[in-house]
Design a protein around this ligand. Structure first.
Ligand code: SAH
Ligand code: SF4
Ligand code: F3S
Length: 480
């Protein structure tokens, strides 16, 4: 495109968001339509998402923008537009992205018109961007976590100038609302209630790549939930790095209650709750509102009070155990799940034993276990006494064996019961089965048809199989 024309379009662009992005999406659509006419087919896009629920939610917004521009969604990375939304919480997440980028290069040789883009948490790290610019020159767009809403503008600049674009912001206090979004599931949706994190756990890169905490207003959240409900969504997952530090004119528990009262919403979940500030009010609100799921994800990280202190978690072993006991006492049927890190710098066998002790005492219904990964820029990366790999691997095995054994026993507790299951999807291995979830987050497979998806059904849990159940629809009880 000629410079004059680009400047004219830029001068016409509205300054305020999201109007500006809708304007650029229109401009992109004109260019994409021309390309479609030349190729005689629609252009396709593929987003590959790494990392957590926040990234999954961001990807829905990114897909919404790409579809507004005129791309058709595809699962294949041999598409006309391929975007990686990256995660950097552990080193192996980064390695996977570099591996995929190598593969993309060969696809791009076959389709030189292909546009490749990377965004998300990894891009907030300077050394990553340098590596990509140096060694992966086939990447056309680079942006971060604070400006995903600008995809249309960046793509327009790339198409218009025919030049790679990079835009990275160090931080933001902005929350851009009302962008288009394409949900992955019809019946359930994540809803951001806050962005960023202020906790600076000493091992964790998230506060550096996601910036400081920003909470959305309750009005924005509730109106998004109402819109989703009107669109057929029955399950909401409220998302934040630490939902307990949600700051607005109402507290997180009050927000949770209001969301659960929105018409049409059958289930509400939330992720993640930091143990340091999980309030009695939250426990009461879960207890008293049956549509709030009987599930608390409460990351432990370590059972050693000494290590927890160095991790900057701001709770100790005893307070964690008594909090878990209180949750189990107050909310019958609740499941408690967790995240645990093995091999934090300086972790001794005694520290590790404390972790095993908490696992035995709390009896987690399930646990994500991670090997400590050194993240450049965090406090822990500077700490001496990084634990040797063979010791960490051996501890990891022992921990995994214990959590697996306990979660099997926990799952077996409900064998033979009839419980409410949200029907989620047709089982990918056996299409005669529907896979769904209990309120406590356990998975149940049962014979049924796809028209059940999105509804809550009573299912008899015939057989507990480790982490999941085989069940049968209970015909003697009402179906909704
Ligand atoms: N905000 C959430 C966690 C988000 S990251 C919380 O505080 O609970 C998800 C999980 O990744 C963490 O709970 C932690 O167990 C793990 N994790 C984070 N940084 C890590 C690192 N450097 N090495 C290994 N695991 C890590
Ligand atoms: Fe990371 Fe801690 Fe923030 Fe969770 S609370 S995102 S572990 S710094
Ligand atoms: Fe990963 Fe970013 Fe989430 S680092 S875990 S995708 S916030």
């Amino acid at each position: 495109m000629e410079r004059k024309l680009i400047d004219k379009i830029l001068a016409e662009a509205p300054a305020e968001e999201p109007a500006r992005q809708y304007f650029f999406a229109d401009e992109c659509r004109k260019i994409i339509t021309e390309k479609e006419n030349l190729k005689g087919r629609k252009l396709t896009c593929c987003i590959n998402t790494f990392g957590c629920q926040m990234n999954a939610k961001d990807s829905e917004k990114l897909l919404g923008i790409l579809k507004t521009i005129g791309y058709e969604e595809s699962d294949s990375e041999q598409s006309d537009f391929v975007l990686y939304n990256t995660c950097t919480v552990r080193e192996n997440a980064n390695e996977r992205v570099y591996g995929r980028l190598g593969v993309l290069k060969t696809y791009k040789k076959r389709n030189p018109d292909m546009i490749t883009a990377v965004c998300g948490c990894m891009m907030q790290e300077k050394h990553v961007v340098e590596t990509i610019k140096k060694s992966y020159r086939h990447v056309n767009l680079i942006f971060g976590t604070h400006n995903i809403y600008k995809l249309a503008e960046l793509l327009f600049m790339y198409l218009a100038e025919d030049r790679n674009q990079t835009e990275l912001l160090e931080g933001t206090d902005k929350i851009v609302e009302n962008l288009p979004s394409e949900r992955k599931f019809n019946y359930k949706s994540g809803v951001n209630i806050m962005f960023g994190c202020n906790n600076f756990c000493s091992y964790c890169i998230v506060p550096y790549v996601r910036g400081r905490e920003r909470s959305r207003s309750p009005e924005e959240i509730i109106s998004e939930v109402r819109r989703l409900s009107a669109d057929g969504v029955t399950e909401i997952m409220l998302l934040g790095q630490n939902v307990n530090s949600y700051k607005a004119d109402i507290s997180f528990p009050q927000l949770l209650k209001q969301v659960s009262e929105v018409e049409g919403i059958r289930r509400v979940r939330f992720m993640t709750s930091h143990p340091k500030d999980l309030s009695d009010e939250l426990i009461e609100v879960i207890r008293d509102n049956p549509s709030i799921c009987r599930h608390v994800h409460l990351p432990l990280q370590s059972g050693s009070s000494r290590i927890l202190k160095i991790m900057n978690r701001r709770y100790d072993k005893e307070t964690y155990i008594s909090l878990a006991e209180k949750i189990r006492r107050e909310i019958p049927g609740v499941s408690i799940t967790t995240d645990i890190i093995v091999g934090f710098p300086g972790e001794t066998e005694e520290d590790f034993q404390e972790t095993l002790d908490v696992v035995r005492k709390v009896r987690f219904d399930s646990a994500f276990t991670f090997i400590y990964s050194k993240r450049t820029g965090t406090k822990a990366a500077e700490m001496p006494d990084q634990v040797p790999k063979d010791i960490v691997d051996e501890r990891f095995r022992r921990l995994l064996d214990l959590v697996t054994e306990i979660s099997k026993e926990q799952t077996a507790l409900y064998e033979g019961c009839t419980m409410e299951v949200m029907a989620e999807e047709v089982n990918s291995r056996d299409p005669s089965l529907i896979s769904g979830r209990l309120s406590n987050n356990s998975i149940v497979h049962f014979k049924g048809s796809s028209d059940l998806i999105g509804s809550v059904i009573n299912v008899h849990l015939d057989e507990a199989k480790g982490f999941y159940y085989y069940g049968t629809i209970a015909h003697d009880v009402s179906v909704s």
